[in-house]
Structure formats: structure tokens, C-alpha cells
Write a protein that binds this ligand. Structure first.
Ligand code: DGJ
Length: 554
């Protein structure tokens, strides 16, 4: 993989696409945007049409191809080990933490030097940022609260467990904690408003994987009193349950529902205040349990932040633009179940964290197949930390290359992909080791995606003898550009077309198969594939190749 230094996605099939790179950021290649160019751009926002979502950045659909760097990598001393990884990955957006303990070391005195270093670095490396607010909660714990919060548990109470002992997590009933967190978050938003008119920062995550591991709910007196009372009428209505006490309304789920509602109510107040200060999109991330387990017993950490509580969050925290899953499950069936769960008419699909072992590198394609507006693996930087066994055993060139291939390929046409997906013209899949091939139907044309085939010869797609790739690395994306015209790309996959109506007796012929690139949003042909390159379908290995295909039947 070409190390592209300080430029992202420069080489696509050997063709320099600097113009494209410049165009998506609105400034010339290599030139840091001057203050004259740093005019106020449009506020990023989510739009939904016919159940499909677009993340509008600078007025057009944008596809986030992200890397969430390690938890302790946002410090300026670490950034020289972050940016080279981002450049090599061809990521267009970086998810990176803002630590409350650093931002407000003394109550009311804010230190924005780290945030400013992130903004400067991102602009220099021509990437956007998604900032992760590590405040009251980070993986359920209170570890990122400032010292003045940690040392004052009377004012900033921790959760009370069932046996009365304090937990390692904050109580969602701590009014002073809520006020303090809200003040800090609002200060951050105001700082971004003042210093980032070009929207280097696209979105913020409010807290991180909130939870109260080890306790069903907060058993502090206020919580216990509220729990014994009536479910608020608006919440009962939104959840379609009969009014009554929490136990009457939610039965076995009462405590968990109450705890989720308590936290969501707290987050809503922070998000609402943050948005009022500066209207950037906000989201929240969920940790998950095995989505295929059908009973509570199969999900021991069943709690306030897993997929089954999504409706509670939607009902209670409307200032969040979306709720997003962190997926550390390499198995196809589990990954797909989660993706399907979070892709909703009322929730744009964004995956802010995924495991980072090589098998996850095919999942951006699955996510796109379900209309995702962005995807990220977790923890690819060069700070020397690996979160195995959740991810890869080491961050080496081979691993970076596996993701860089996705991002180089998709990033070279990220705007086009985001638009085509929003318009409902795009389908994408990745290899499911349990099936021989996958089909995508575009009206009269059916696309078959098969795996494990050579470029020359091999078996017809769909034939029983087809074998999968040795590792499930295959992925493919097809978008309809006209009645008989398609954009096609893939990795370790064979793609072919046939008439959907098998009874018609018609067969498919390629009129023209162009390989090329998008430059400034315009297709630029490099060559025509024919002969061996098309006689056995369209075969993709591990090069970022994009095709425009024109078909006919005979
Ligand atoms: C999910 C969390 O959101 C991340 O911050 C990190 O702790 C990973 N788990 C594990 O590396």
C-alpha cells in the first residue's frame, strides 16, 4: 500500500485524484485553507427520505470512512503516532476523544489546548473529526470525570447498588454532576462554534457506552422513590404501555427500563443544552450483547445500553440525532442482526466502532448495503496499544492495508456512494461464509456476487461447486446509474449480471466495461475491460478498481 504521507487517498488505480481530494474539502490540494477561505460552511445535518438517510456535509451527502483511535491517543504528544495511521488508512474522518478531566481540570477553568491541537492536526491532514465526549460516563465508569468531581462524592454521587455500596459509575440522579457535565459540554460546543466555522468537526458523541455494570439500577433514595411511583405519562405513551407503576408497566424489564430512562433523561439535558449552544449533530453509542440470544439468560449484561433498549432512548433523548452500535462480533449473522436493528426510519445507521481484526474489513460493505452513513473500526493508530482479543493481535502493515483498501476504494467516490445510497440506487454485500453466493436485484437485472473464484475460468456463479474464499474477505458494491448501466466494484469477489426474468430466454451481454475513477465528481475512464477480463464475470482481487458497466440482452 502506498504511504500517501500527508495526503489522503491520492492514488486510485495509479491515477492521481488530488483534485477530488481538494474538492470534497473546498480548498486546493496542499494549501492549508486561509482565513479568507475559511468561510462558514453549512451545518452538517441528517436528512431522511423514504426511510433512507444522508449525512449532509457542505450541502451534499457525505460518507464517513472513519478510524476511532485508542482512548489515550488524543493527547498532543500522541498525535504524531495517530496522523500517519490516518493517512495510511485513507480515512476521511477521525473519531477522537475529548477528556473532561483535561478540559476542565479546575471547575470553571477550561483548557482547550488539546481540542485546538486536534482541530489543527485534522485540518493539516485534511480529515474531518467526530469528537467523543468522555464526561460523566465512559464504558459505564466515571474515570474521565475531573479530580474535583471524583473527590467529592457527596456533591457528585456515585450509583448506589442494591446492597447500598457505591459503584464505580455516576448516579444519573446527581443534579450537581449533571449541571457540571452540561456546563463543560456547552463550553466545548461554544468553543467549536467560535473556532471551527468550516466544520472540521462534523458530529459529537455524548458520553461513551453508558452503563451501570453490576447493578440493575441506581438504588439511591430518590431513584427508589421514583421507581415506586407512576411511569411518566408521556414515556408510557411513547413506549405503548398502560399507565401504572414501573413494575406494572414493564414487568420483568421494570428496573432496566427505569435505569435506561434515568440515564437517557440525563443525557437529553446535556445534548439539548449542547445543541442550543451550537447545533452540530449528536449521537450516543451502545455496547452490545449477543443479539442472537433469545433470552435474558443468554445476555448476562442485559442493561441500559444494549440494542433492546433502543426504543427507550428514542423516546427519551430526542436531541440525539442517532443511537449507534459498537460492534465487536466478527460473526456474519451477529453483525448483520445488529446492523438491521439500528438501521431504522427514525435512526440513521452509523457504526462508530467495530473490532479491528482483518475479518471486520469486509463489514463497511455490509453496512452500506443497509444504508449506513458511516463506519469505523476501533483503535488503529501507532501508539503501540492493541485491544485484543476484541480486535487484532497487532496493528501491523498487513492489517492497515486491509482497511486502507476499503477506504481508498470507497473514499475515491465517497460523495457518489453517499448520494446513490440516499437515492436508493445502491446495494452492497460482504461474504457470508454460510452461503455460496448472494444476489442483488435491480428490477430487470439481477446481480450475483460469488467468492473464491479465480480471475480466469472457475465455476459459473450460483453453481453448487463454488467455494468461499479461504477467509471471508469478499465484498462487492453495485449501484444503478441507468436502466442498463451500473457502477460495480468489489474486493475478492466475482460479480455478474443476468436478466431477472429467467423465463425470458434472454442472456446478458456486456456492451462496455470501463475501468476508471471519479475526478471532481465526474467519471474518468482509464481503460476498457474485455476478453479474459470479462469472459468469466467481473473479477475483483485486492486492487481499488471501479467499473462502469453497460449491458444488453440478446
Ligand atoms: C468500546 C469503548 O467504547 C471504547 O472506548 C473502548 O474501550 C473499546 N470498547 C475497547 O477497546
Amino acid at each position: 500500500m502506498q504511504n500517501t504521507g500527508s495526503c489522503r487517498r491520492v492514488y486510485v488505480s495509479g491515477v492521481v485524484t488530488a483534485a477530488l481530494m481538494a474538492s470534497s474539502f473546498g480548498f486546493a490540494q496542499g494549501a492549508a485553507p486561509s482565513s479568507a477561505q475559511a468561510s462558514v460552511s453549512q451545518m452538517p445535518k441528517f436528512v431522511q427520505k423514504d426511510g433512507r438517510w444522508a449525512f449532509m456535509v457542505d450541502g451534499a451527502p457525505y460518507l464517513m470512512l472513519n478510524d476511532q483511535v485508542n482512548n489515550s491517543s488524543a493527547w498532543p504528544a500522541m498525535l504524531p503516532k495517530v496522523w500517519p495511521a490516518i493517512d495510511r488508512l485513507h480515512a476521511n474522518t477521525v473519531e477522537i476523544s475529548v477528556y473532561w478531566e483535561q478540559l476542565e481540570p479546575v471547575q470553571g477553568k477550561f483548557d482547550f489546548s488539546v481540542v485546538d491541537a486536534l482541530l489543527a492536526g485534522a485540518r493539516q491532514h485534511k480529515v474531518h473529526l467526530v469528537l467523543l465526549w468522555f464526561g460523566t460516563w465512559k464504558n459505564g465508569a466515571m474515570h474521565y470525570t475531573p479530580e474535583w468531581v471524583k473527590r467529592n462524592p457527596v456533591k457528585y454521587p456515585r450509583i448506589t447498588s442494591a446492597n447500598g455500596t457505591p459503584g464505580d459509575t455516576m448516579s444519573p440522579f446527581g443534579a450537581a454532576t449533571l449541571e457540571a457535565d452540561k456546563t463543560a459540554f456547552v463550553a466545548l460546543m461554544k468553543h467549536l462554534k467560535a473556532t471551527d466555522p468550516r466544520h472540521t468537526v462534523l458530529m459529537l458523541q455524548v458520553e461513551n457506552e453508558i452503563n451501570a455494570y453490576g447493578s440493575q439500577r441506581d438504588y439511591c433514595p430518590e431513584a427508589t422513590k421514583l421507581f415506586a411511583g407512576q411511569v411518566p405519562a408521556d414515556f408510557a405513551a411513547a413506549m405503548h404501555v398502560k399507565p401504572g407503576t414501573w413494575t406494572e408497566a414493564f414487568g420483568l424489564e421494570a428496573e432496566n427500563t427505569f435505569q435506561t430512562w434515568s440515564i437517557a433523561r440525563y443525557i437529553e439535558q446535556i445534548a439539548k443544552a449542547g445543541k442550543a449552544a451550537y447545533g452540530l449533530p449528536l449521537y450516543l453509542n451502545h455496547s452490545l450483547e449477543n443479539p442472537l440470544a433469545t433470552s435474558r439468560e443468554g445476555r448476562p449484561e442485559w442493561s441500559a445500553m444494549t440494542d433492546h433498549v433502543l426504543d427507550i432512548w428514542k423516546a427519551t433523548a430526542p436531541s440525539l440525532d442517532l443511537v449507534a452500535p459498537d460492534i465487536y462480533m466478527p460473526q456474519y449473522a451477529q453483525y448483520e442482526k445488529i446492523v438491521k436493528t439500528y438501521a431504522r426510519k427514525d435512526n440513521a445507521l452509523f457504526i462508530p466502532e467495530s473490532g479491528n481484526s482483518a475479518q471486520y474489513a469486509r463489514y463497511p460493505f455490509m453496512a452500506l448495503g443497509y444504508g449506513a452513513i458511516g463506519w469505523s473500526m476501533f483503535g488503529i493508530d501507532l501508539t503501540g496499544y492493541v485491544n485484543a482479543p476484541l480486535g487484532a493481535a497487532q496493528i501491523d502493515d498487513t492489517l492497515i492495508d486491509a482497511y486502507a483498501l476499503d477506504y481508498e476504494l470507497l473514499g475515491s467516490m465517497d460523495r457518489e456512494i453517499a448520494r446513490l445510497n440516499f437515492e436508493g440506487k445502491l446495494q452492497a454485500v460482504c461474504e457470508d461464509p454460510a452461503v455460496r453466493s448472494q444476489t442483488l436485484v435491480f428490477g430487470p437485472w439481477t446481480v450475483t456476487v460469488g467468492y473464491g473464484q479465480p480471475q480466469f475460468g472457475g465455476v459459473r456463479l450460483g453453481a453448487a461447486a463454488a467455494t468461499p474464499n479461504p477467509d471471508p474477505t469478499g465484498r462487492a458494491l453495485v449501484a444503478q446509474l441507468g436502466p442498463d448501466e451500473f457502477l460495480v466494484t468489489g474486493i475478492s469477489a466475482r460479480v455478474d449480471f443476468r436478466p431477472t426474468d429467467a423465463t425470458s430466454g434472454k442472456r446478458r451481454a456486456y456492451i462496455r466495461v470501463e475501468e476508471g475513477t471519479y475526478v471532481d465528481g465526474k467519471w474518468k475512464m482509464a481503460r476498457i475491460w474485455n476478453g479474459d477480463q470479462t469472459d468469466y464475470g467481473l473479477n475483483f482481487r485486492s486492487l481499488p478498481q471501479i467499473l462502469h458497466v453497460t449491458l444488453m440482452t440478446y
